[in-house]
Design a protein around this ligand. Structure first.
Ligand code: PEP
Ligand code: MG
Length: 532
């Protein structure tokens, strides 16, 4: 057996070693029988099959991981959970839809629970939901990913990524894929190494047993020779020691080599990411992507549920500022029933604030929940995809109206600072024209729109480069506008965590960056080496 070396593009940093899991492809859509009796049998079989899969996994696990899986098996065995789905099937609803909506309602309830114990179970319920759905869909996708394995595949969907457990290590190697995709973003947020664009993965029927993944260099070695493996393990040891050192300094303020204080904020995609995290590691929260609210519900969760979640994030931050972004649906984040189907180019269509202004019901509800949460801490509300000043003005009118309505009813509320994402070149070029309370640069979108290179297309990944002078010039432009208007400018796109870009970003005059929690230690250590 000779070792196989592949070179692709680095999509999420870090080193990993582990057994290889080859995924057979994305979940196919299911053929519905139309007969409630058959759908009932299909759901029963899927629930039993998912429980059997879990039982197999438990045998390979110990301690906390085994406890988590035991809990999931117990949930699957609870007839009360499936009862609602069987009732829905009896009314003619297909098995997968019935299961999904019952589990989504359950997840929404757990997510807004007062008790931390229940909130911490949200990920387990999501896992159970997806395992059963995959069984129903006849796919062996994410349920085949056991902790610590190196997943090799053509592509992987965000839900398959989320359904797998990455806490025990592992990595992703994709034949295609893009480092700007949402899966790559999730991998970076979870600290899972990922390499994309390694080219066709073909093994002549004998998939490799072991892989070494270098998410910094973008390389993969399948079936390494013993000496190659030994050297790689040595590198991993050194890298772990360096990380431990950087993490030990996570609570210290970020200072450049010449003593300039840089504000470091957190990006979160779901409030669960804050569990067990010390707020002292950051200066606040720079971006909450509220699209997570849709993971657990087909429709936007009601005002109470949203209020509870927003308040929980503010409570966690203990007086530090929290920036929550209003729903950024559309583009590569379609939401059934809300976004527009069949747009010829969704990235240039109705997304973000454009959709919120066109269909303001969900927007108004979110603004109400946000204005109520603002009573409990320094909340900032951020609008995505703003292109022209009148969009901000109209959004402010909606906020004013909701605050007035709440006050008229005697409901406690406060006015959050209203700001915009600068992620469209038109907004970056004319940032001073916007009456915004703050700017946050969305480098992911700003890069794709400036370079005309889609963030989810691996074929143009080389062009999708935030370090390109044209993108850096737009960032500088926005920083200068913020300075002239005396408002804060931060950068919350993925470039903020890319330590190869730290020097160039600080050179634009930026003094505030927002990154996922796992990136904080490494970024502080890098900032300490930069002279501004
Ligand atoms: C961005 O575009 O940089 C950003 C932070 O928003 P998202 O990645 O959610 O589009
Ligand atoms: Mg964006």
């Amino acid at each position: 057996m000779t070792e196989i070396h592949l070179t692709g593009r680095a999509a999420s940093p870090g080193l990993a070693i582990g057994p290889v899991t080859v995924l057979m492809g994305i979940v196919e859509s299911r053929r519905v029988s139309g007969d409630p009796a058959q759908e009932t049998v299909a759901l029963k079989a899927a629930v039993e099959g998912a429980a059997a899969d879990l039982a197999k996994l438990i045998k390979a696990e110990q301690g906390e991981a085994a406890d988590i899986l035991e809990f999931q098996v117990a949930m699957l065995g609870d007839d009360a959970l499936a009862e609602g789905a069987f009732d829905a099937i009896a009314t003619g609803i297909p098995a997968d839809q019935a299961w999904r909506s019952v589990l989504n309602a359950e997840i929404a309830g757990y997510r807004s629970a007062e008790d931390e114990y229940f909130r911490a179970r949200v990920a387990d319920l999501m896992d159970i939901r997806d395992r059963v759905l995959e069984r129903l869909n006849g796919s062996e996708n994410s349920s085949a990913i056991s902790g610590g394995s190196i997943v090799a595949s053509d592509e992987i969907s965000p839900s398959a990524f989320l359904a797998a457990d990455w806490r025990r290590g592992g990595a992703i190697v994709l034949a295609a894929g893009s480092s700007s995709s949402h899966v790559a973003m999730l991998a970076r947020a979870r600290g899972t190494p990922m390499v994309v664009g390694v080219g066709p993965l073909s093994w002549d029927g004998r998939p490799p047993a072991l892989a070494l993944v270098d998410g910094d260099a973008g390389t993969v070695i399948f079936d390494p020779e013993p000496e190659t493996k030994r050297q790689f393990e040595q590198r991993m040891k050194t890298a772990h020691a360096a990380h431990a050192l950087a993490d030990a300094d996570r609570a210290k303020p970020a200072l450049t080599a010449d003593g300039r204080r840089i504000t470091l904020l957190l990006n979160i995609a779901a409030p669960e990411e804050l569990t067990n995290l010390d707020p002292a590691i950051c200066d606040g929260i720079g971006l909450v992507r509220t699209e997570f609210l849709f993971e657990a519900s087909q429709a936007l969760p009601d005002e109470e549920t949203q209020f509870a979640v927003y308040r929980r994030i503010l409570d966690w931050a203990q007086g530090r500022p929290v920036t929550i972004r209003t729903l950024d649906a559309g583009g590569d984040k379609p939401i059934a029933g809300l976004t527009i189907d069949g747009e010829s180019n969704p990235f240039l269509g109705l997304r973000g604030i454009r959709l919120s202004l066109l269909r303001p019901e969900a927007f108004r509800l979110q603004l109400r929940a946000l204005a109520r949460a603002a009573v409990h801490g320094p909340l900032k509300v951020m609008l995505p995809m703003v292109t022209i000043p009148s969009e901000l003005d109209r959004a402010r009118e909606f906020l004013d109206a909701e605050i007035a309505a709440l006050r008229a009813k005697g409901i406690a509320c406060a006015r959050p600072l209203l700001g915009i994402m600068v992620e469209v070149p038109a907004a970056a070029l004319r940032a001073e024209d916007f009456d915004a309370g703050f700017y946050s640069i969305g480098s992911n979108d700003l890069t794709q729109y400036t370079m005309a290179a889609a963030r989810d297309n691996g074929m143009v990944a080389d062009l999708n480069d935030t370090g390109n002078p044209a993108v850096l010039a737009l960032i500088t432009r926005a920083v200068e506008a913020g300075r002239a208007r005396g408002v804060e400018v931060s950068l919350c796109g993925d470039a903020a965590a890319d330590i190869r870009l730290t020097k160039a970003l600080l050179a634009t005059g930026l003094t505030s960056l927002s990154v996922s929690p796992v990136a904080i230690g490494r970024l502080k250590a890098t900032i300490a080496t930069v002279k501004t």
